[in-house]
Design a protein around this ligand. Structure first.
Ligand SMILES: Nc1ncnc2c1ncn2[C@@H]1O[C@H](COP(=O)(O)OP(=O)(O)O)[C@@H](O)[C@H]1O
Ligand SMILES: CC(C)(COP(=O)(O)O)[C@@H](O)C(=O)NCCC(=O)O
Length: 308
């Protein structure tokens, strides 16, 4: 049974999955391959049950957005103009935002190959470590003041105005910093997914939200104790990747006894990422159009859809 409160309908997985029956929308072997290449621990059942209906709902929203753009230019007697449809994805550090964003992009590309979809993360708009250090906020990475918000807002405006070949700085989890001289290029996509912990926040000293540029938003939600577990699992993967590479930020930690390294990571979670979740990220959840709720092993158990 679908429950509701003042703002959201709540669909348990069994109700949500009926919205796009498997028989009508089987995943092709090409799609399965693309998903496994992304992360072979993703549950394909969840992809079928949760993400396939979601992608089809998103496309309906996209089509109505396109129709409105056409109606508007027609009424105003202006030349028709293609405006990118922007989807924001928010949630805690390590909750699975980038995995969700990449999965949505793979599915969008596979179901609707004629649509050009792109993905960026707001990590690229973090100040470089040297600048964070200069400002005395290296230990506040991820907090609102650690992002170059005016640049992010300029970027969003340029996207919506159809600017071609916009360059976005690149952040690397491996080097734990902005990669100097490297950029991603956003080139007038039909659909742009913007993923980051801050996408539903009101930037300080600004009069607009980043989300003013969004046509749809998703918040990925889970119990903070589980998120800490996923944070530590990812830390373990980063250590393994860093083990033989002295250039890597995690190289030094990788040489430590495992227990000591994990104790350090736990400290970072408790002193940085968890307070950021409590103070700045979780309060934005109620602004999302859709909330994906995850439980153990990243399994989705419920979807909350905003009523208005
Ligand atoms: N659906 C999923 N199934 C299995 N593992 C996942 C899933 N989503 C995320 N993960 C894992 O959880 C960790 C955090 O995910 P990530 O997408 O990097 O989070 P975020 O972008 O929110 O920081 C990573 O190790 C990732 O591989
Ligand atoms: C770069 C980030 C702010 C972004 O988080 P993401 O959503 O990409 O996991 C985060 O990974 C981070 O580095 N936080 C600072 C504390 C730490 O976890 O090291």
């Amino acid at each position: 049974m679908v429950e509701e409160d003042q703002s959201y309908y709540r669909f348990l997985k069994d109700d949500w999955k009926k919205l796009a029956p498997e028989a009508k929308l089987p995943l092709s072997s090409q799609q399965l391959k693309a998903i496994k290449a992304l992360n072979d621990r993703i549950s394909l059942q969840d992809v079928q049950d949760i993400y396939v209906p979601l992608v089809h709902l998103l496309i309906k929203k996209f089509r109505s957005f396109q129709a409105w753009q056409a109606t508007k230019t027609d009424f105003l007697d202006l030349p028709e103009k293609r405006v990118p449809f922007v989807i924001g994805i928010s949630g805690s550090v390590a909750v699975g935002k980038s995995t969700t964003a990449r999965l949505l992009q793979v599915l969008l590309t596979n179901f609707f190959p004629k649509l050009h979809s792109q993905l960026i993360t707001t990590d690229g708009f973090l100040f470089p470590n040297a600048e964070l250090e200069k400002r005395g906020i290296l230990d506040r990475k991820g907090f609102p003041e650690s992002y170059d918000m005016p640049s992010l807002l300029d970027f969003m405006g340029a996207v919506k105005n159809g600017q071609a070949r916009i360059q976005v700085p690149l952040y690397s989890h491996q080097s734990y910093d902005i990669v100097p001289g490297k950029f991603e290029t956003v080139d007038n996509p039909d659909i742009l997914i913007v993923e980051g912990i801050n996408v539903l926040q009101l930037p300080s000293n600004q009069t607009i939200y980043i989300s003013d540029f969004f046509d749809w938003s998703v918040y990925v939600d889970a119990d903070p104790e589980l998120i800490e577990k996923w944070f530590l699992e990812r830390f373990g993967i980063l250590l393994d990747t860093a083990f033989h590479n002295p250039e890597d930020y995690y190289y030094e930690f990788a040489q430590w006894p495992r227990q000591k390294a994990f104790a350090e990571a736990r400290k970072v979670w408790e002193s940085v990422d968890l307070p950021n979740l409590d103070e700045f990220i979780l309060p934005t959840r109620s602004r999302a159009n859709l909330i994906l709720h995850k439980v153990e092993h990243h399994a989705m158990d419920a979807v909350y859809l905003r009523k208005y």
